[in-house]
Design a protein around this ligand. Sequence first.
Ligand SMILES: *[C@@H]1O[C@H](CO)[C@@H](O)[C@H](O)[C@H]1NC(C)=O
Ligand SMILES: *[C@@H]1O[C@H](CO)[C@@H](O)[C@H](O)[C@H]1NC(C)=O
Ligand SMILES: *[C@@H]1O[C@H](CO)[C@@H](O)[C@H](O)[C@H]1NC(C)=O
Ligand SMILES: *[C@@H]1O[C@H](CO)[C@@H](O)[C@H](O)[C@H]1NC(C)=O
Length: 482
Amino acid sequence: MGLMLLLMLFAALPILSAGEGAFVGVNIGTAVSNIPEPKAAVQLLKVQQIHHVRLYHCDSKMLLALANTGIEVIVSVPNDQVVGIGQSKIIARNWISRCVALHYPATNITAIAVGSDILTVLPDAAPFLVSALEYLHSALVEFSMEQIKVSTPLPSSIILDSFPPSRAFFEHSWDPVLVPMLKFLQQTQSYVMLNVYPYFDYVQSNDVISLAYALFGPLPKNEEHVDSNTHLQYTNVFDAVIDAAYYAIGNLNITDVPIVVMESGWPSKGDASEPDANVNSANAYNSNLIRHVLSNAGTPNHPGVAVSTYIYELYNEDVRQGGSGSENWGLFDKNGVPTYILNLTASGSLLAHDAAKDLTFCIARDGADEKLLLAALDFACGQGKVNCSALVQGEPCHEPDTIAAHASYAFDAYYHENKMGPGTCDFKGVATITTTNPSHGTCIFGGNSRDGTGSMSPTSSGSKLQFGGAGAFLVTTIMLSF
Ligand SMILES: *[C@@H]1O[C@H](CO)[C@@H](O)[C@H](O)[C@H]1NC(C)=O
Ligand SMILES: *[C@@H]1O[C@H](CO)[C@@H](O)[C@H](O)[C@H]1NC(C)=O
Ligand SMILES: *[C@@H]1O[C@H](CO)[C@@H](O)[C@H](O)[C@H]1NC(C)=O
Ligand SMILES: *[C@@H]1O[C@H](CO)[C@@H](O)[C@H](O)[C@H]1NC(C)=O
């Protein structure tokens, strides 16, 4: 694209293109059993180079732990407090005093998210929403903290006719709330917080939306999503929803309020009715989302305009109600072990820090078929060139003398020898990644130990036994022992 054209675009979109790059942040839900201490959570954020987080309530311990970390924080007013705050300047002021003024600026609070999806989840509170925003903002002004933005996360489901995006509009019954709200956001130089879930759009679309389109492609040649008015082509649901939101906002005659995606994600596990809630799709969605956001590509109708996005969410929320489909949106389990290793080649250091990978080990999957395990073990110690001498009788990893234990040792060695690259912990599906260090006694597995002391496996020496006949021998001995 020519420089002139770019300049013209920017000139046409004065505020939307603030010129700053987009960032990716993370939501921190707390429906986690034995939730990590705030210090541990902050340590995880640092290791993963996550510099933007959103908290779902005024969590003073977490706010304290985030002080002086350089991490930017959005604090939320829970839905059940919106009516109270919207009815009383004093309640609003108390909230700001306790949840913001007490911690700022040591804790870099940059915005307040007032409620979440109020219009659809708690419509009775909607009449109080705008006054809640205004009262909180006034209190911030009183504390001379008006640089802190106030907004409210909106569900993308209030956008009707969202394809083609140029035809999108908000459900008109919400105009009495949305018009003053958008004016408030405009006047206070705040932004629209939008929750964007291509997963739900896909699941609820009766096959109108393809999985590839929801996951950022690649789309099959015969699948095209062209906006018939603008002739712009859409390659993913995420962009289409953002552009639909810009149009819907524009329909209310507001054109210069930026959009930040407050929540977006994909579940890595679900129940039988949710087959696309799986690790592969979750990894593809979040990896592609992060790369897309950080590329600053913007959307087809607003190219180059940053759409910063907060991923939903940091931890799997194992005590969240609603079944496995709502418990498994996390990038990590509560031990800080990645649910999957994101594929973020060439997109900077976010969530791609090696330390995350050092935390993982590759072991035999529970209940895996023993014949397949044996074949995989043979492969790892043979063609896979793992030094399996530690498994021989009398050597450190011989006990427990089971196929699964021996396979785990070999899988892990192979995984680490191959730098934990994609596909190196699979073995036709009988292997799985874990963060629990399987080392025992003098049998040391290949990953660095969790506390970072860095004990390395025997396999890290560099030289390897070239198993051939020896591999067959090893397998034979193992088979004999069963
Ligand atoms: C807090 O974040 C804002 C927004 O990025 C930044 O401008 C400011 O310098 C930060 N403040 C501190 C104390 O780090
Ligand atoms: C937007 O502006 C148009 C033209 O000025 C006007 O007809 C319309 O009523 C306005 N809509 C709203 C929601 O203010
Ligand atoms: C990682 O992403 C790149 C770029 O989209 C893609 O070409 C590659 O196949 C992905 N790798 C895996 C293992 O998914
Ligand atoms: C295999 O590992 C053992 C120690 O477990 C070591 O003594 C041996 O030299 C290694 N073999 C090769 C070829 O690296």
